[in-house]
Design a protein around this ligand. Structure first.
Ligand SMILES: C[S@@+](CC[C@H](N)C(=O)[O-])C[C@H]1O[C@@H](n2cnc3c(N)ncnc32)[C@H](O)[C@@H]1O
Length: 264
């Protein structure tokens, strides 16, 4: 099974757990039908998954291992959602028959896989003709913020280096349309959307989780082990995040690309 740049440290899950179908899959929601069978590839802690499950007949959630699947299982149990099945799966070779799903969804997954075109081919293969492949991914070079901070510039540079060293593509959002075309998908609607953080509460949450993540999560280990950074530099980045979070003018925008593909 593949490596996952972020790992599942508490500071990573803190970021994923606020995700809802509305704030992360809004572009897909008008197209869902109550009779749909939906695949949620790379469900993570499953907060989007359980929301989607309230809108369709059945959801199949996947993760890269049983331990990772337990996170989504726990979220489904907490919310009392029972129409989700759980399967270990790698995006490059999905363990599902052709034409199984009405909708195949992946949020913030393609940026982490080594061959996103193959992953899109697989998502299309398991989707019924006339069904939808819906993907949304961040575009790190499109992140923008204020006030300017050389140490946050360095954070972005180092993060992108770690993601690429791991076989991923941190600037995935801008490439999604090209990847879909390369996968043979021709009926594709491409767009973009953002998350923004500018209130004191939002800044404390976003700045605080990155301040922890850059010193405590799997990314921190990788940056040091690969020689892309040092513990001292990571500590300075963490402090830069806290300083941004406490600045009354602090503003941050997270760019995403998103695609709705109609399967032929
Ligand atoms: C950024 S998280 C997104 C989780 C969830 N979709 C969300 O947005 O909250 C990416 C997830 O993709 C999974 N993943 C990474 N590589 C994968 C692969 N090759 N195939 C399937 N899933 C993968 C990771 O384990 C991780 O949980």
């Amino acid at each position: 099974m593949p490596a996952y740049t972020h790992g599942h440290h508490e500071s990573v899950l803190r970021s994923h757990r606020v995700r809802t179908a509305e704030n992360s899959a809004g572009y897909l929601l008008p197209h869902l039908r109550s009779t749909d069978r939906l695949l949620d590839l790379g469900a993570g802690p499953g907060t989007i998954t359980v929301d989607l499950a309230t809108r369709v007949a059945a959801v199949s959630a996947t993760e890269i291992g049983e331990q990772e699947l337990d996170l989504a299982r726990a979220t489904a149990a907490e919310r009392g959602i029972s129409n989700i099945s759980f399967t270990v799966a790698d995006a490059h070779a999905l363990p599902f028959d052709d034409d199984t799903f009405d909708v195949a969804h992946a949020h913030q997954v393609l940026q982490h896989v080594s061959d996103p075109v193959q992953a899109l081919r697989e998502l299309a293969r398991v989707t019924k003709p006339g069904g939808i492949v819906a993907v949304r991914d961040a575009d790190y070079s499109g992140f923008t913020w204020w006030p300017a901070s050389p140490m946050l510039d360095r954070w972005l540079d180092r993060y992108r280096g770690a993601a690429r060293a791991n076989g991923g593509e941190p600037d995935a959002g801008r490439r999604l349309l090209a990847w879909a075309h390369a996968a043979g998908l021709t009926d594709v609607r491409a767009a973009s959307s953002t998350w923004s953080y500018a209130s004191p509460e939002e800044r404390a949450w976003w700045g605080g989780l990155w301040a922890d993540r850059i010193v405590d999560s799997a990314i921190a280990r990788q940056l040091v082990e690969t020689g892309l950074s040092t513990p001292e530099e990571l500590q300075s980045m963490s402090e830069a995040w806290r300083s941004w979070a406490s600045h009354p003018d602090g503003w941050f925008s997270v760019l995403h690309g998103e695609l709705l593909c109609r399967v032929p």
